[in-house]
Design a protein around this ligand. Sequence first.
Ligand SMILES: C[S@@+](CC[C@H](N)C(=O)[O-])C[C@H]1O[C@@H](n2cnc3c(N)ncnc32)[C@H](O)[C@@H]1O
Length: 444
Amino acid sequence: MSHVDSRLEDDSNYLRSIRHQYENLPYPFRDPEDEKKRLIRPTSERLSNLNHYCYRGRARFDNFRVLVAGGGTGDGTTYLATQLSQFPGATVTHLDLSTASIDIARRRVESRGLSNVTFVHGSILHLPDMGFEPFGYVNCTGVLMVMDDPDAGLAAVRSVMGPDSALGLMLYAEYGRTGVYQMQDLLRRINGPDADIPTQLDNAKALLAELPAGNWFKRGEDLFKDHLTLGDSGIYDMFLISCDRAYTVPETYEYVEKAGLHLVDYAWSRERVMLEVESYLKEPALLAKVKAMPRRRQRAIAELMCGTLTRQHVYAAPDDDRVAQPGPDMVPFFVDFEGGSNGALAAHIRANPGQPLEMGTDVLRFVYTPGRYSGEILARMDGVRTVAEIFEDIRASGIAAGEGELMADFLATYKRLNMADIILLRHKDTPVVPEVMHADRPGR
Ligand SMILES: C[S@@+](CC[C@H](N)C(=O)[O-])C[C@H]1O[C@@H](n2cnc3c(N)ncnc32)[C@H](O)[C@@H]1O
């Protein structure tokens, strides 16, 4: 199904230059044929993560309604719709300004045999008048900061959210993109206002090939890959876009709060770990001083210390009590974890009692030191048993551990592994969300 918003005839509610860009160079560049080979799975859009971070581990996905605002070529839409096809009545609405982008997203969805997506060609600013019931979840990644008025964009998104809804937002991060904005400035000076897209791209490629080593983009080029992996669409989107702004961590908090939302948490483990002061700060007195500060100030400090945060994926909601909390009735489970399965990790910890284990993300490695009972706990974490049942089973096996000792070990393990998105929680009355893997295609 597909709708066109006739108000797009009048361009007062979107940027003509932005529409022109994404009609000519849909971003990110995707070949619908690739759906036969792989499924792109942005972690922030995994239903298990949404359940944990946005719905206290108690989400019901039957009849769940998702809006992907500025959905582009369909990464979020394809993954969300694939997962939601397992739940009766669950739907995705994909809204975008660019027909060329919608066309790619539609072909990806069709290639996966999905029938739960509606495409709408229109502007986010028209959302308040489109007659939608509130959506349970709105995904809006890489969109609001390319709008003329990002505050108006977020207010329009907020208008289709109810009290229980949540928002997944991606904004650019300012300091990590320093070199990108210098390149944009440089190219504006070279191209002037009238150069066409092919000329702009030729000039950008020529410049990229000749940047001296001291250039700020060159110095930090390893932070970016779009210009290398996404062809002209990636080069244009990073260096030649007509309107794009970035936010510091405190500005991101303020931005969502101005719209009447709370920043629930950072959605990607990579960014959560980057924004943890303990990742860098080891001097005990200074660390204690910073750890006594409010969370957002700690994160602002971590952002400046690390310097390389380029994007911010956050969850926001009308209230801030959204993240699942460990407790006796919660079921802890392993998400797909490249380092090995639950059993392999538990076996390793049992074979090496008390030995620290190096784990982590692509940017930061951390050392996890298992507690006395961590191996026993991890070995029983089967995605079915609750925390209370795991403890009961340990005691039934003849291990005389007190409730407090078991809980202390569980919490230490949970905190470390949850930070890296290795363990999540769901409430025992909430059905399991089956994970769809790269090769999975519905009906096959
Ligand atoms: C950088 S792309 C991001 C696409 C997608 N969200 C993703 O993360 O892959 C930005 C998208 O926002 C769309 N867009 C920009 N302004 C918009 C508006 N006012 N209403 C709807 N879509 C808009 C563009 O057409 C483009 O497809």
